[in-house]
Unconditional design. Structure first.
Length: 107
């Protein structure tokens, strides 16, 4: 379950989401670390609302997108600016570190 400002990414909206400034959290329901990271992503989605599109993409529901970006493990965070990947992180990231990455992306 996502927060009120976290978008759900899938094949129908992925290109539009990633065309601006965005963070996409590649996740899965069975992933323990994803369950830890999820609430942090949701909190920061609210904090950066209007500046960054923050979305979650379930790799089991949209495997082709995960494959296109070479996602081999979850959680994987991919940061986009103007449709281009500008940063990527695999694994857990604490709230402060993620906030700094988002602030840099928004700047």
């Amino acid at each position: 379950m996502s927060g009120p400002d976290t978008l759900e990414a899938d094949a129908s909206n992925f290109e539009k989401l990633a065309s601006g400034v965005a963070l996409v959290d590649f996740t899965a329901t069975w992933c323990g670390p994803c369950k830890v990271l999820g609430p942090i992503v949701d909190k920061l989605a609210t904090e950066f609302k209007g500046k960054i599109n923050v979305a979650k993409l379930d790799i089991d529901k949209s495997p082709e997108i995960a494959q296109n970006f070479g996602v081999m493990g979850v959680p994987t965070l991919i940061f986009f600016k103007n449709g281009e990947v500008v940063d990527q992180h695999v694994g857990l990231l604490n709230e402060d570190a993620l906030r700094k990455k988002l602030a840099k992306l928004a700047g």
